[in-house]
Design a protein around this ligand. Structure first.
Ligand code: PRX
Length: 561
């Protein structure tokens, strides 16, 4: 059942008339906004940082407010330019050239952002690695991308299986105790002369390779290019409603697409300062951060909103959140409960946005200028064509659940899967449609409704987990003969990782074994991938060609068979 419709909020905002924009919008026109439209010289770092300094008079304005419980630092656009130019010079000094890959494996820190910018300045391709990854996940991603260097911290360095990575030549460590053999990020960067010369690239030049989990096989390296900036700039304006004077906080980690695209690139293209909150924090810290930095636009996820809800009225009452004028959500279904809470307690709706690592930009969204229908992810961004297709790629009418698909050609889309053209082609098996892997339907007014994944990919607290990787890891344990993994619906986390296991001969099930298996995945792969529930089975169902039959697993978790 659809709940009460929340009316549009007319007045001054960036996308004032959705209908008109949809009728005549063309992404080609966004090009006029960039300096390369006239100069012909392209680099996203120029647009996001150097241009803010050189052409737009924002050099001394804050770009980054960083805080993690231990450090509290502020960087202007000019400082980011200088620091990233130094790191770019370091990369050159150590022989990294245009097209080479640099892994960035560290918790949120100023060094992470500076390294990203420094690499991109040089045309070096960044491989972002989420800080929770363990040895196996790192071996796969650094190995597949052939990274020539990595930036990390003393704490995370031991997880990198250096001996298994022949292409890896240099390790930059940012922190206090630099182990032998590693380079001291801070020392080499401080010693380098800021080389502000920009490497001009093609709009199609790779910017980063982001590994994302799919239903089958290892994580795939989605290749994003400098042209991603076109979709980022226009959605920052029309979806996030960013404008001068705003302070923006996107709470996602820069190891994931949201933390890269909207965590810093999109807002900086418009010269807007961002807040980055690192370390562990609780519901009170969320509110304290919003209040302290006078955050005006906040992009977060249902999991975070639920934490605030749990904190109760008393929590909200302690903080001045009056500057908060626009709130957005992504990554998992935005429930009506959260929407009602925000209407009542924050006096405004949370605007849901739907997109993926592959799409590179917000695709189907709710906007201030349109009514919000609770339960709907909203309507396609101007210039984006979204449809529902059946398994043969034929368009389906309103009201029918099918595959959510997007017409190819939008500017921020991934351009390939690193080392795997076949997998890339599978996304486009029904051209011109990009098949998202999500199930959805559309109503008569053109609003879309997310209905879950169709392919077995698990979404736990907004983090994407590939069942295959977890199954492989479990099967490495001597007690496990076979494993099948699926997402089980969960009120708090959206889904949890559930594992069905067939025990190896001679092993008996026990709570200790469950804890051991959980820990085995946690320490080998990543904490968020570790199963929270196990069930012993006599066998794991397979499809005709020998793959795990995900439809049957789905029925098992739902208790249907
Ligand atoms: O299933 C959809 C879910 O997150 C998937 C994409 O995950 P990832 O590539 O990690 O990117 C996350 C954020 C961009 C989608 O296939 N998803 C994304 N947005 C929503 C969502 N599910 C429900 N509602 C959303 N708004």
């Amino acid at each position: 059942m659809e709940g009460n419709i929340i009316p549009a909020r007319p007045g001054e905002h960036n996308l004032a008339d959705y209908g008109a924009a949809r009728a005549d919008f063309d992404f080609a026109r966004v090009a006029e906004e960039f300096s390369w439209f006239e100069s012909g010289r392209v680099n996203i770092v120029y647009e996001a940082v150097d241009r803010q300094v050189a052409e737009l008079g924002r050099g001394d304005q804050a770009a980054l407010y960083f805080e993690d419980g231990r450090r509290q630092e502020e960087y202007t656009f000019k400082q980011l330019q200088e620091q990233s130019a130094r790191f770019a010079a370091v990369l050159q000094q150590y022989g990294l050239a245009r097209g080479d890959r640099l892994g960035i494996f560290m918790p949120r820190s100023p060094e992470l952002y500076i390294s990203f910018l420094g690499a991109a300045r040089r045309g070096v391709v960044v491989v972002p690695l989420f800080e929770a990854f363990m040895e196996e996940a790192l071996r796969d991603r650094l190995g597949d991308s052939g990274a020539a260097a990595v930036v990390t911290t003393p704490e995370l360095l031991p997880r990198i299986p250096v001996g298994d990575l022949p292409a890896l030549k240099h390790i930059f460590v940012a922190g206090e105790d630099i182990p032998p053999g590693a380079l001291d990020w801070r020392a080499v960067t401080a010693a380098a002369a800021p080389d502000t010369a920009m490497e001009w690239v093609d709009r199609e030049h790779p910017l980063f390779i982001l590994y994302a989990s799919g239903a089958d096989g290892k994580a795939r390296g989605l290749v994003h290019v400098h042209e991603i900036m076109t979709g980022l700039l226009i959605t920052a304006r029309w979806v996030h409603d960013l404008r001068p004077g705003d302070v923006y906080w996107c709470t996602a980690d820069p190891g994931w697409i949201t933390g890269i695209a909207y965590g810093f690139l999109a807002p900086w293209l418009l010269g807007i300062p961002v807040v980055v909150r690192g370390g562990r924090f609780d519901a009170a810290d969320w509110c304290a951060t919003l209040a302290k930095y006078r955050v005006s636009v906040w992009y977060s996820a249902p999991t975070a909103f639920r934490m605030l809800m749990a904190g109760g009225d008393e929590l909200l009452a302690r903080y001045d959140l009056s500057r908060l004028r626009h709130i957005l959500s992504v990554g998992e279904p935005l429930t009506e409960e959260v929407l009602n809470w925000s209407m009542q307690k924050l006096g405004q709706p949370v605007y849901d946005t739907w997109w993926m690592s592959e799409t590179g930009m917000n695709m189907i969204c709710n906007y201030r200028c349109l009514p919000v229908k609770p339960g709907s992810i909203g309507r396609p961004f101007p210039g984006i064509t979204a449809v529902i297709v059946d398994d043969q790629g034929r368009e389906m009418p309103a009201g029918k659940i099918g595959n959510l698909a997007i017409k190819d050609g939008w500017p921020s889309r991934f351009r390939s899967v690193w080392n795997d053209p076949e997998r890339y082609a599978r996304y486009f098996r029904h051209r011109p449609w990009f098949i998202s892997g999500d199930a959805a339907y559309r109503d008569e007014d053109g609003y879309f409704y997310f209905q879950g994944r169709v392919d077995g990919v698990i979404n736990t607290s907004g983090e994407r987990v590939g069942p295959f990787e977890v199954e492989q890891k479990l099967a490495e344990h001597p007690a496990v003969a076979r494993a099948g993994v699926a997402g089980k619906p969960d009120r708090l986390r959206g889904e949890i990782v559930k594992a069905f296991v067939v025990l190896a001969p001679g092993y008996a099930w026990s709570d200790e074994l469950a804890a051991e298996l959980r820990n085995f995945v946690k320490t080998g792969l990543a904490a968020h991938a570790a199963p929270r529930e196990f069930e012993v089975k006599a066998e794991i169902p397979l499809t005709g060609d020998g793959r795990v039959d995900r439809r049957v697993l789905r029925e098992w978790v739902l208790g249907l068979s």
